[in-house]
Design a protein around this ligand. Sequence first.
Ligand code: ADP
Length: 654
Amino acid sequence: MASSGHRRQVLLFLVAIILPCVVLVALGLRMVVQERELSEKRVADGRRSLTNQLRQELSARLDRIALEEATTLLAQQERPTSRDYANPFVIFVAGVTNEHLTLPWEHDPRAARFRRQLDREEFAGFVNRGERAEIGSGQSGEAVAFYASALAAARDPAQAEYARLLRGRASLAAGRRSAAFRDFASVLGSSVDVVDEHGVPLALYAASRLVEADVQREAVVDRMQRTLEDPRWLPPTALYLLRDLVERLGPSSHSVGDSTASALAATVASRLESTEQVMALQRDFPRLGLAAGGLSTHNAETRWVVYGASPWLVGRSAPLGGAGDVVVAVRADTLLEAVESAVSDSSGTPGDLMVVSDETGDGELLGAAFPGLVVRFPSAAGISNDGWDVRRWFYLVALLLVLSVTLFGAYFLSRDVRRELRVAELRSRFVSAVSHELKTPLTAIRMFAETLQLGRSSDAETQTEYLETIVNESERLTRLLNNVLDFSKIERGKKEYRCRPDDLADVVRASARAMQYPLEQQQFTMNVEVEEGLPTANIDRDAIEQAILNLLANAMKYSGSSRQIGLRLRRADGQALIEVVDHGVGINPGEQQKIFEQFYRVPTSDNDGIPGTGLGLTLVRHIAEGHDGQVTVKSQPGEGSTFVIHLPLEDGRA
Ligand code: ADP
């Protein structure tokens, strides 16, 4: 019965609590997983949309730039050599002829003009004769005169400055230093438009002579600065010459400040760097995938490739009108920064987007129009995931709560079930113990009564002994039944104590007397000590007597081989103490609280075969507590036990 009831309970628990809980947890977990996937998708979508915005913004800007520059280029008669482009991001613009880049300085009209001017008859004649005298026969003085005539015949500034340059050189060779420096100084001051056939300003050659002679340094530096400030592209030769001059001037020249020299050096270096990159681009152009008829014609978007160490975005645009293609190179870093911050601002994303050139493709690819460019999103949290973090915590806490409540429930239920199982088992043991306990005295009573009835025992002494046994056994039976009845009353909450002031010494002595015969029969000696003069106590006399008898009966049962029992009444701390002392088997410390539980019997081999119901001490405790007192035990296994009933006294004095 009991076990099927428990099975039902467990089943009910499983069906009503565990099952829904498992379903709930599974659903919760699924929701968490789905939410996470959704949030990841949202992040990916966000990234894709940002990448699209970046691509569109970049494309739009670059297309605008390309169109603007191509239009400007085509509107000009001559190929422009200016580095001042309409858009500040542009580094250079070049035309494409037969798949070859025409660099800005390659078709300098001034250089072409210079060649023609030198070839004019009269001027060329004097120059030739001068050169023959100077180089051919080493007649520097004569050469000076020819060059002076050439100067006189000069019709334009280019011829004049060239003649001065030659005359200066010849004067220097002839040892006429001051005359030479005058000529060089004059050329140094000439216009930037006076360039030789390579596009190198003649002033730079004069500067070189002056630096070599270590004169007029300030004028030279000033001239170099002016040359670099000119908005036109300088051909590489001019830049190499400038670098050479900077090096020869030295960093700590006495007349030129350190900062001026280093600023000059830095400007020359950066100009050279971009010029060399332009030349490299010209070389690499056929390999860049920007050929006409390439991707750009299939695709509406212009293709932009990343090029160079300090990267440029290079694109080719075919302006309408078929006037030839134009290649535009744009400074990548500053333009990308501008695009990044524009997109960050418009999309409300914190500004940690980054467009980088990365061949490994670690990031979102910017698109086919920008090969090699990827967008990096250093912080995933930067893209809204709609409070997913908060929700995730909420789900986890809720799940944990459900789980812990269920586990708590399961724990308490299983504890209750275990306790009930134990009580059920104790009860069944109790029934067999009671039957056994009833049977033993009944058999004895019946046996002695029948003997007397049949008149088999003739002498009076034996008859008295038989009668005493019958009385004794029936008293034991009464005690047992009283215990059982009282326990059942306690269980039903019906047990009442009728207390009156009474003398405890009397009660203790009466109990001792009641046990005298059974004690004697089992050869026990009982030492009774009663303190005299104790005040009365408010007690239910029968109940207290029953408690003392229970303790004495236990002392006999669990005495082992010892035959000494003590019964004491004394007073301590304003209480009456009734102590029952034995020297028997004793009780383990771990069992000393359990023995007061109903039906509990210590499961040791010592106790095997000792009859009992496990109710005696339960009643003793109930009786003591019913009198506002308590029962305590002190015991050592193998040395015996002392049970003490503490009862309040009427006068309560210590
Ligand atoms: P029982 O009918 O089994 O004696 P009790 O409630 O009186 O039931 O005692 C409970 C258990 O306590 C006993 O089974 C016994 O193991 C232990 N016990 C009680 N009194 C003593 C004692 N004086 N010495 C040793 N063990 C004792």
